[in-house]
Design a protein around this ligand. Structure first.
Ligand code: PBG
Length: 327
């Protein structure tokens, strides 16, 4: 090789694992990871979720153990989803002080104290008999403003049960403001809100609906969740509105198919940005790995690094505990 000047050799910085580790631009830390967990009322043993191998519907007892482990691993937080034994049109169990989510929040906070952040998903779809995220109008549409009153009441019930952060995920307009006002009115002025702000009507939620038993019985969520083909600015508008209404941190969801949205949101705001690596992202990798088609462990790490590199400060992932163990 004869050149008039030495050729550039980027490969010099890739020569050894130590060199690559030193110059890595993206690092994962257990404190950046949040573990989503499901707790089901009235089961004697944890139940596997068929479409999410490795994920369980917990009993109260097995959830306590999972929370304990999450704290020992130094995760950033744990977010609870509750599955009640009885569902109705109002989702009455969602704000019942003795409802499964509130009971589980008390269990988990008793177990981990404030070692990690204990949060609750604030929504109705796990609690309504029709699987929708809100109250319905007679014609079957989700009634935005009537639903806000339910969300406000649910957030206060979650706060009273010890939740250290609430995460409204229903994509009703005005939900963050309604929840902020209700929390403040009940004396929870210091309780932060992690808003699912840019949440798309995504096919990637499919397996979650098995895990949380919340598939809509009719229709879908496309009148309130964002259209995957919608304008990118719509995500920025949702995020700005949520921050104006009092969101302390915002979320983009799903993650891998929306890395551009994560980047734009990160550039736009001055609050922490979370991204949710959702059930379908999990299931795709697990299913391909079970077939021997991909290297599971490398694919998990690569997917998380990509989400971090796009700009997410926090990642909700069903692999949080496993990955923290590996870091
Ligand atoms: C709504 C909610 C959903 C998810 C998180 N919160 C379901 C939906 O919007 O249909 C999906 C999470 C996942 O797919 O992992 N409570």
């Amino acid at each position: 090789m004869s050149a008039e000047y030495p050729i550039a050799r980027p490969r010099r910085l890739r020569r050894s694992p130590a060199m690559r580790r030193m110059v890595a631009g993206t690092r994962l830390h257990p404190a950046d990871l949040i573990l989503p967990v499901f707790v089901k009322e009235g089961i004697a043993e944890p139940q596997p979720v068929a479409s999410m191998p490795g994920v369980l519907q917990h009993t109260r007892d097995s959830l306590r153990k999972a929370a304990h482990e999450a704290a020992e691993l130094g995760l950033g937080g744990i977010i609870l989803f509750g599955i009640p034994a009885v569902k109705d049109a109002r989702g009455s169990a969602a704000d019942d002080p003795d409802g499964i989510l509130q009971v589980a929040l008390r269990d988990v906070t008793a177990e981990v104290g404030d070692a990690i952040v204990v949060m609750a998903d604030t929504c109705l779809d796990e609690f309504t008999d029709n699987g929708h995220c809100g109250l319905l109008t007679p014609s079957g549409d989700v009634d935005n403003d009537a639903t806000l009153e339910r969300y406000a009441s649910i957030a206060v019930a979650q706060a009273a049960a010890g939740s250290q952060m609430v995460a409204p995920s229903g994509m009703m307009d005005g939900q963050v403001g309604a929840i902020r006002a209700a929390l403040d009115g009940a004396g929870y002025t210091d309780l932060p809100i992690l808003a699912y702000s840019a949440k798309y009507a995504s096919a990637f939620y499919g397996p979650f609906r098995d895990a949380a038993e919340c598939a809509p019985q009719f229709g879908d969520r496309s009148t309130h969740q964002q259209d995957p083909a919608g304008p990118l600015e719509e995500a920025l508008r949702e995020v700005r509105l949520d921050i104006a209404e009092g969101a302390d941190a915002v979320m983009v969801k799903p993650a891998m198919a929306y890395l551009d949205v994560i980047t734009r949101v990160r550039d736009e705001v001055d609050v922490p940005v979370a991204a949710y690596q959702v059930s379908g992202e999990y299931a795709m990798i697990e299913a391909a790995a079970a077939n021997g088609w991909v290297d599971r462990d490398r694919m998990i790490m690569e997917s998380l690094v990509a989400i971090r590199r796009a700009g997410a400060d926090l990642i909700l992932t069903y692999w949080a505990a496993e990955v923290a163990r590996r870091l």
